[in-house]
Design a protein around this ligand. Structure first.
Ligand SMILES: [Zn+2]
Length: 175
């Protein structure tokens, strides 16, 4: 019987040492977000009160700009409240496009969030980003008059549906 206890003890020591070795080699880096429920976005990238200036597929927006609004536009009520926080766990990327200007993108297995028109990014591409982490300062970068008419964040969400990234209405995720 003593032998069995010895074998079990050695087995556990081998498992633990292997785990520590894999961890030190970086095998478990970026894995934490996988354990969150579906990586679903939750809340607003603005902490504190905000005004919605354009909703998802807002007809008023379409009338002015002649293209569909694929996200939600948020303006902080308090002028000093200018930071943006991640609404998911995932990997962060810095991005630029003509319309959205400078943006931060955070991606996990099931969702991507996009924060457009930012002034400053506080992340590096490839960083592991945690829910609630400060990632950017709000701004008005992007094609002025066509895509942006003032300081706000364009918050857009993509959902992985059978390996197709589908743009969804962010509003239900903010409630
Ligand atoms: Zn927008």
């Amino acid at each position: 019987m003593g032998n069995i206890k010895y074998i079990i003890a050695v087995y556990f020591v081998i498992v633990i040492v292997t785990m520590i070795l894999l961890y030190s080699l970086g095998y478990f880096k970026n894995i934490s977000y996988i354990f969150l429920p579906n990586g679903r976005p939750n809340g607003s990238p603005i902490h504190g009160s905000y005004i919605v200036t354009a909703y998802f597929h807002d007809p008023r927006y379409f009338k002015i700009f002649h293209h569909q609004h694929e996200g939600i536009d948020l303006v902080p009520k308090n002028a000093s409240n200018t930071f943006l926080y991640s609404t998911i766990n995932g990997i962060g990327y810095n991005n630029y496009d003509v319309c959205g200007g400078n943006s931060v993108i955070i991606k996990n297995l099931n969702y991507i969030i996009y924060l457009g028109h930012i002034k400053v990014s506080y992340i590096h591409s490839g960083d592991e980003i945690h829910y609630g982490e400060k990632v950017a300062q709000i701004g008005e970068t992007g094609m002025f008059g066509v895509c942006v008419t003032g300081v706000h964040v364009h918050y857009q969400i993509y959902k992985n549906e059978d390996n197709n990234w589908v743009i969804v209405n962010p509003y239900p995720y903010m409630l």
